[in-house]
Design a protein around this ligand. Structure first.
Ligand code: PMV
Length: 331
């Protein structure tokens, strides 16, 4: 099935009439149980279910206007000119709802993610774009459909449709209609995420390539789906019980397990920089001294620290460069 066919399943053949403008906001998210490996590369269908926490007011606001004779994309005030991969990805996503090849769009997106946070922006970017297109064409799609459409832009974008804790069910259908995210009702107001930016540069291997190499070449990867399923259950229990140690321990182990599959790949992938490892050791040292802090990492060198508000002063003292996010204090 193609991505366009998947969108047609949701939107049907109704005529699409653009309003003056579509506009939407979507938060970034950090996975505590990672999406790692695709069972379908065209539709971004995952091997395993995942669970994330959305970052409240850190995210993307996107406006879409139909018109012009080519797609244009402005990101944080800067025109992204072709043949930039970012413009090509946005255009390819717009193709999914473009009613005919002579319809074009002006996309204007601004991100509130501070550069110092070192966070990827594709999840909030594609989720905001999916929501903005829903607004532009007055589609009134519900969360499930929006999550499916956002997933076609970037897997993790399926989770950025919602605030709070979000679970993305892997599903098993070939058309992916059962692979979408839902919001968990639980809140954890004291929970904090601390972002430590380690590197400014473009990473050498993107997450799409990284998960493909791991799935195809790592023997350790064979154990990944089972580990992810167990971790997901533990995380849901931790959230339900508000057991911070269980949450932190499971998220940290899940991230390290994902990175283990990369080190076991051929060619090997190591996203860690020396400073990433230093931060990990510092967190382990703080923990051995009794401070309840854990970390998670995505397909890059930056480290995200998990802690609760009552540890904030100690975390900020240990990591003066940290950007702290309170995911549940920004509805
Ligand atoms: O959505 P993508 O293709 O950027 O993949 C995201 C992969 C990880 O960030 C490593 C894990 C996750 O679940 O977000």
């Amino acid at each position: 099935m193609t991505r366009k066919e998947a969108v047609r399943k949701i939107v049907g053949d109704r005529p699409l009439r653009a309003r003056e403008k579509g506009k939407a906001y979507a938060p970034a998210n950090i996975a505590l149980c990672k999406y790692w490996g695709k069972r379908d590369e065209e539709l971004n269908l995952p091997v395993n279910s995942s669970l994330s926490i959305s970052l409240g007011s850190l995210g993307a606001t996107t406006e879409v206007v139909a018109g012009g004779d080519k797609d244009t994309f402005r990101l944080n005030g800067e025109h992204i000119e072709g043949p930039a991969p970012a413009l090509a990805r946005v255009s390819a996503f717009l193709d999914l709802l473009r009613p005919s090849p002579d319809v074009f769009y002006h996309v204007n997106s601004t991100s509130t993610i501070p550069v110092a946070a070192g966070l990827a922006s594709s999840a909030s970017g594609f989720a905001a774009l999916a929501l903005a297109m829903n607004d532009l064409y007055d589609l009134n799609l519900e969360g499930k459909s929006l999550s499916i459409i956002a997933r076609l832009g970037s897997g993790s974008a399926s989770r950025s449709i919602y605030h709070g804790f979000v679970e993305w069910q892997a599903g098993s259908r070939d058309d992916g209609m059962d692979s979408y995210a839902t919001r968990l009702t639980d809140e954890w107001r004291e929970l904090r995420l601390g972002m430590i930016k380690v590197s400014h540069g473009e990473k050498a291997v993107g997450s799409r390539a990284g998960m493909k190499i791991a799935k195809e070449t790592s023997r350790l990867y064979r154990a990944w789906p089972e580990k992810a399923a167990e971790d997901l259950l533990s995380l849901k229990e931790a959230i339900h019980l508000k057991d911070f140690h269980l949450l932190g321990r499971t998220a940290e182990s899940n991230a390290l397990g994902m990175h283990a599959t990369m080190m076991d790949s051929w060619p090997p992938i190591l996203y860690w920089q020396p400073q990433s490892v230093e931060v990990m050791h510092q967190i382990w040292r703080l923990r051995s001294e009794g401070l309840p802090v854990y970390f998670t990492m995505d397909a890059g060198p930056n480290v995200k620290i998990l802690f609760e508000e009552n540890s904030r002063a100690d975390v900020e003292a240990a990591f003066p460069e940290v950007t702290v996010v309170a995911p549940f204090l920004h509805p």
